[in-house]
Design a protein around this ligand. Sequence first.
Ligand code: F6P
Length: 745
Amino acid sequence: MRRILLFILPILIIVALVFTIFGIVQVNFEEGRLMDDLQRKAKTVAESAELSARYILTNNDLRLANRLVESFQKRERLQGCVIYDKDGNVLSITERISGWSKEDKPYLKEILNTKNPRGALEKFKEYSIYSYVLPVLDDGKNVLGMVEVVYDTSYVFNTLTELWRHISIALIILVVSITLIMVLLQRRIFILPVLQLTEWFQHFQRGETDVHHHPIAKEKGAFGKLASEVEQIALSLRIARKTISDEAQVRVQKEELWTETKLKDLVLAKMGENALYVVSNREPYMHVIEDTTGKARCIKPASGVVTAIDPILRACGGTWIAHGSGNADRKFVNSKNKLAVPPDDNRYILKRVWLTKSEEEGYYYGFSNEGLWPLCHITHTRPIFREHDWQMYRKVNQKFADAILEELPAKNPFVFIQDYHFTLLPKMIKEKQPNATIALFWHIPWPNPEIFATCPYQKEILDGMLDSDLIGFHVQFHCNNFLDTANRFLESRVDTEKFSIVRAGQETFVRAFPISVDSYMGEGIERRSAEIEELSKEFELDGKIVAVGVERIDYTKGLVERMYAVDRFLEKYPQYRGKFVLIQLAAPSRIHIKRYHDLMGEIEEAVEKVNWKHSDGNWKPIIYLKKHFSPEEIKPYYALANICVVSALHDGMNLVAKEYVISNKKLDGVLILSRFTGAARELTDAVQINPYSVEEFADAIKSAVEMPLEERKRRMENMRKIVTENNIYRWAGNIITELTALKKS
Ligand code: F6P
């Protein structure tokens, strides 16, 4: 619209200007003509009355004078007539103008002296009139008196006003017509080809092959040339991608350890020009308004999904579609709700999907986190299934499906769906785009069939999930649970050899892929000794044994159990009073859910109780820091910790355990790890615990504290080897390799 205005406005201004000048000239000319006409008429009338006036003035015939002046009253536009004697006194005057006194007419004297007639515009009361005064002379050229003829000029002004009105109407009609013509022309000449070009390019981008039949491809002239240039660029891009992908294939086979580059090469080799489309509920970068400054800042949410998937997209590029949940998120997206991330090193695209409060309430807080989350975690928290939440969950899944479908290219896109928030998405996507390859990764445990049976929407959930080509879990145990569940509730064939589920011609493979981390948490810590020193000073940690915990505040994380384990440890082994500190970093999470809200109180109460019981002077055993910590802020805590405690009651994997291992380059740390985490299957050199057993937990703290350096080193080395080798790039690489192999078989 602005562009059209910019284009049309100057033309309209010029037209209006020319038309106004023309109007002024026209009106001036008309005014001159009318006044001329008036003057001529007045002169003729005065001259026609001259003879009678001479007789009247010579004979001083007042009666005749009155008759003469009254006769003028009947004439059109004539206001009246006045007869003066030779001294300028009124002899007779038409009644209509009888109030016009001699004093208002200083010009009479001059006419008597010069004996010349005079015509001019005058004011009578509030009217404008035209007066023509003719001196009446005898044969000897002596002045006998004067005749004054008075005309009404209002018709001149009325005529001119009417003329202006016509000019204005003509101008308006002209402006409207020009605007209409311009808009139509601009649409035809400019906008339509641009729209066609955009549409054509979108088809081209999606990899459609019949783009040559598009009207723009046949266009001649400048747009045709532009289209052909764009086509050339797009083609070169494809060829370049293809070449890179061939080279990548060769490199993938050579490299041993999985790195960012190796994954990038694999993606290019396996998927060619098809980019990666990741979907998750939690976004990797969130813009929030800071309470203290009121300014927006970008944070990385505390989330296993973000920790794991962000390095993959950084490596390979692609598009990540997620809920825009930050309160300043809308300020940072373009018209398509997209932005390049990370903000300081743009590597991939984040597309934000907006949810209303009631959608978020029903889909995220309700069905996902009060229903599915407790259903899948064995923590004795009852799942709540509300019909309304389920309806919102379906609606939001559809919303995400639409947002994804808008992005996908026409040919064989790869969509990688994360987690329990999107069980219906595979079906919704496949319905519209059957050639899409879909992998769904389930980041939390999968329950056994008896537990899953309590979910009222079990069939629809399984039905939605099983349109995926591959479903991944962290551990084999959860894969088995899933196969059992599908076997029990669906009419399907479970192939226990191939580990797949066949239903209505669609085969879904189920595999375990233990998720991991990259090396980020171990990077650059050497340069931050000042920061570590500062923390040590602030919390008076010098000479103390420091344990650290890093969690979202969630009932699955065993935080209350942890506090009481510290309590029991100090009770049982009082020699460590004043010498042991647990620093707990705790990010508030899902706080609108009552259970989470209550949990915050429970943890704070436990911290307070334990600290009150054991504190001595300045020392207290638990430092509880409740706020969101960025990965950069977490690094120094890992660095100063002698022990990391992971006491989850149930966890799909738990990446904090792996992050601590990767960060402990000095090999002097000990990991206390719950047996009920996925990580416990790989990290067998951790001190493993049952967090429900406070005695075992307390003793594990003691053995971690007292573990000789040699043993710590040996264990940490083993664990670091496992995490370094089975890093996040291998995880993604395995999924992609498996998927492409399975699709071919
Ligand atoms: O790792 C499991 C998980 O549910 C992720 O899906 C999620 O991103 C993370 O925990 C944090 O939870 P939320 O996104 O609800 O804050």
